[in-house]
Design a protein around this ligand. Structure first.
Ligand code: NI
Length: 184
């Protein structure tokens, strides 16, 4: 089932999300629906507040051809192909970004039509709990590291537009204002 995607200006995108206490059948259905919604919108990640739920849950699916050289990822200490762990549906993530800062263009399904360069650490160590209770300890770079940081920002009520450099901010602020008016 496709869920409506919360758009920029909706206050739920600005609230830190609550931890998921227990996983029931409803959560599994939500995971399936979030993936379906993300695929339909041609995104690679979607966080629960983007479908109107203020809980710490995220789905990610990074297609293989997006970033060939980073298609390997360390999972629980072992080198694995990215496709082996996709799609990811997880709750209560713990993230530790590290390494040098890198610039990358980001967009967001909740901020339609706007893409901007964002600086973030290039690598991430992450502890992700899947809905079946298994825990993945991931060490990665590339698009997955970028996507994990972007989605986990959503869980804190942060958007990629908050992280844009001050030089790009003037243009961005104007475009965001237009987006708000369009949405009304
Ligand atoms: Ni986003």
């Amino acid at each position: 089932m496709l869920l409506p995607i919360t758009q920029y200006g909706d206050p739920i995108l600005r609230v830190p999300c609550a931890p998921v206490e227990h996983v029931d059948l409803e959560m599994n259905t939500l995971g399936v629906n979030m993936l379906e919604t993300m695929y339909a919108a041609e995104g690679i990640g979607l966080a629960a507040p983007q479908v109107g739920l203020s809980i710490r849950m995220v789905v990610i699916d990074i297609p293989e051809d997006e970033e060939e050289e980073m298609s390997m990822v360390t999972v629980n200490g072992e080198q694995r192909a990215m496709r082996d762990i996709m799609p990811l549906v997880f709750i209560n993530p713990e993230l530790e970004p590290y390494g040098k800062q890198g610039l990358c263009t980001e967009g967001c399904l909740s901020v339609r039509g706007i893409r901007s360069q964002v600086m973030r650490p290039e690598r991430v160590r992450a502890k992700l709990t899947r809905l079946d209770g298994t825990v993945l300890e991931i060490d990665c770079g590339g698009l997955l590291a970028r996507c994990l940081q972007h989605e986990c920002d959503h869980l804190e009520g942060r958007l990629f537009t908050d992280r844009v450099s001050s030089a790009a901010r003037v243009t961005l602020t104007k475009r965001l204002k237009n987006l708000l008016h369009r949405g009304q």
